[in-house]
Design a protein around this ligand. Structure first.
Ligand code: SIN
Length: 286
């Protein structure tokens, strides 16, 4: 088993993001090394690895060291590896993930993280940005934090995915209807406590959060407009320029991300393995 003493961690900003080098993710990695990677993920929220020769099977095996994998109800998958979701954007299938979001918050136990591998890159553009939701929380005033800590929000599959708006999913109407029936709206706390670090993080997003429970419609819309703008502040954000074979591994419990839609007419193909997490909860600080 590979145990590296040369795992090098280079932070990319103070708030979020680090480049990890000295590791080949396709190796049979030791538990110690997986522990080191987990620690880096918890500290930096999104970690990057360059030049990884990672088959779908190897990507799946690496991601599964961190938890059970989610199979997306709509998006295309790799043949024989349904847990590897394919994001294949080109002129006939423009990107639909160019909005700030946290993945799959429409289920009771949203993913703890995801491992994204660059398979085919455009010659220009196609970066991805991640924003730290612990930094976003910390930047709010104490009265605003206290207000939000008492709230829950509705996360809704059908708010994000409509039968007409299935750009990346390749799903037909029947598959869509089945997925919609199987995913009724769920409630999550607006501020969640990270289950491993104990840090509070903002946990609403523009794609899946349809409303804040208990507020009037106009109040909910105004608050979501404010929060959806707040999370985009550049001081919470790292922007990653992909290179062939690069991998990003993010903590989905305390980040949002967005792909930048600036590469058409070129093609961009990414493979994502999504790792299931726990039920979000808020615990008041002792
Ligand atoms: C995603 O939205 O999960 C993937 C982001 C990307 O394609 O860069």
């Amino acid at each position: 088993m590979a145990r590296s003493n040369v795992l090098e961690v280079t932070p990319l900003t103070s708030a979020i993001g680090a480049l990890l080098s000295g590791i080949n993710l396709a190796d049979d990695l030791s538990d110690d090394l997986i522990g080191d990677i987990r620690q880096a993920l918890l500290k930096h929220q999104v970690i990057f690895f360059e030049n990884q020769d990672l088959s779908p099977k190897a990507q799946s095996a690496f991601a599964a060291r961190f938890g059970d994998l989610h199979v997306h109800p709509l998006y295309g998958k790799v043949d024989g590896n349904p847990e590897i979701m394919v994001i294949d954007n080109h002129v006939d299938n423009p990107t639909d993930n160019n909005f700030w979001h946290t993945d799959v918050t429409f289920i009771e136990t949203p993913p703890m993280g995801a491992v994204l591998h660059a398979r085919q890159l455009p010659p220009v553009g196609g970066d991805t940005m991640w924003s730290s939701m612990t930094a976003a929380y910390k930047a709010l005033s104490r009265p605003m934090q206290t207000f939000l800590e008492g709230l829950e929000a509705v996360h809704d599959f059908a708010y994000a995915f409509t039968p007409q708006g299935l750009a990346g999913s390749q799903a037909g109407a029947e598959q869509y209807e089945k997925a919609r029936r199987e995913h009724p709206p769920v409630l999550h706390p607006v501020i969640r406590t990270h289950p491993e670090t104990g840090e509070p993080a903002l946990f609403v997003n523009s794609v899946f959060t349809s409303r804040i429970k208990g507020l009037r419609g106009e109040e909910s819309r105004a608050l979501m407009t404010f929060l959806n703008a707040h999370v985009q502040k550049p001081e919470f954000v790292v922007r990653w320029r992909w290179t062939p074979g690069a991998v990003a591994f993010w903590d989905n419990r305390c980040t949002q991300h967005r792909a930048v839609d600036d590469f058409l007419p070129h093609r961009r193909v990414m493979h994502r393995a999504t790792i299931l997490g726990d039920k979000p909860a808020f615990r008041a600080a002792a």
